[in-house]
Ligand binder design. Structure first.
Ligand code: SF4
Length: 64
């Protein structure tokens, strides 16, 4: 099952991913992304891919 991975060293806290889908992404008090659920259903793939693409520093990826 594919999962969402975030590179916290790259994340700059722009929150584009949160705006794409707040069910999967949040920003911590430290200002970096929190992946709320790593696993996602097939029907959420388009949304998750959009969130991954929205990240200006490529801190998100889907691991197949
Ligand atoms: S869009 Fe990228 S840089 Fe912004 S909070 Fe999400 S993972 Fe971090």
């Amino acid at each position: 099952m594919p999962i969402i991975k975030a590179d916290l060293d790259l994340c700059q806290g722009y929150a584009n991913c949160v705006m794409e889908d707040a069910r999967f992404f949040d920003i911590s008090d430290d200002g970096v992304v929190v992946v709320l659920q790593e696993e996602f259903a097939k029907e959420d793939r388009t949304r998750v891919e959009a969130a991954v693409r929205s990240c200006p520093v490529s801190a998100l990826r889907i691991e197949e």
